[in-house]
Design a protein around this ligand. Structure first.
Ligand SMILES: CC(C)(COP(=O)(O)OP(=O)(O)OC[C@H]1O[C@@H](n2cnc3c(N)ncnc32)[C@H](O)[C@@H]1OP(=O)(O)O)[C@@H](O)C(=O)NCCC(=O)NCCS
Length: 180
């Protein structure tokens, strides 16, 4: 299966292409975006976006990750959403970032809903989990809006920019979708 293309009311989620690299560098290069993620380096240097995008096809071919560009008709690329897959356990870890100019429009939630639906319905996942830094309540709100359940807080779980961060962990099971 080639990289899926998913449509929502306002968004198209599609594979990244090499042409997206300058926009990725600009949006993900914002300190405010990098600050609350585990994987986005800062400064986000030339070549990093290209290398990240280049890895997506083999990640998907090997079913280790599905990373999609979040796009709107008027603004083009506004962010990214992805599932890091552990198919041997029927689970995935959800991740997302949205460029600062596009925050608080519901895009992260709308994009994540679509990729989660694909994960449950097409990839046969049983569990999708996600984690956010305690100082990132907007991401926690997204996880709540996605119907995820708070499972744990791992105190001082990761070092980010020389600061220890508490990690708040959420998850949703396939069976949760059919109840309340
Ligand atoms: C977290 C992030 C993806 C949210 O994207 P978004 O498109 O703005 O998210 P949504 O609009 O779908 O939802 C955001 C929710 O958080 C709420 N929110 C925003 N700032 C908040 C704050 N400081 N405290 C509490 N809630 C906040 C919004 O009001 C909204 O909730 P609502 O719909 O109930 O009003 C975005 O801020 C981002 O990319 N941050 C940097 C990268 C990152 O942290 N990624 C996630 C790593 S776990």
């Amino acid at each position: 299966m080639s990289t899926p293309r998913l449509r929502t009311e306002r968004l198209v989620l599609r594979a990244f292409s090499a042409d997206d690299a300058p926009t990725v560098q600009r949006l993900a290069g914002d300190r405010e975006v990098a600050s609350t993620t585990l994987t986005i380096p800062h400064p986000y240097e030339g070549g990093m976006a290209e290398a990240w995008i280049e890895g997506h096809a083999s990640n998907w071919a090997e079913r280790t990750a599905l990373i999609l560009a979040v796009t709107t008709e008027t603004d083009g690329l506004v962010g990214a959403v992805g599932l890091h897959l552990k198919l041997e356990h029927l689970r995935a870890e959800l991740g997302y970032w949205i460029g600062v100019p596009f925050w608080n429009r519901g895009y992260a939630t709308e994009a994540a809903e679509a990729v989660m639906r694909f994960g449950f319905d097409e990839l046969g996942l049983n569990r999708i989990q996600a984690g956010h830094f305690a100082r990132n309540p907007a991401s926690g709100r997204v996880m709540e809006k996605l119907g995820m359940t708070l499972e744990a807080v791992r105190r001082e779980h990761v070092l980010k920019d020389d600061e220890l961060e508490d990690l708040v962990l959420y998850a949703v099971l396939e069976s949760d979708r059919h109840h309340g």
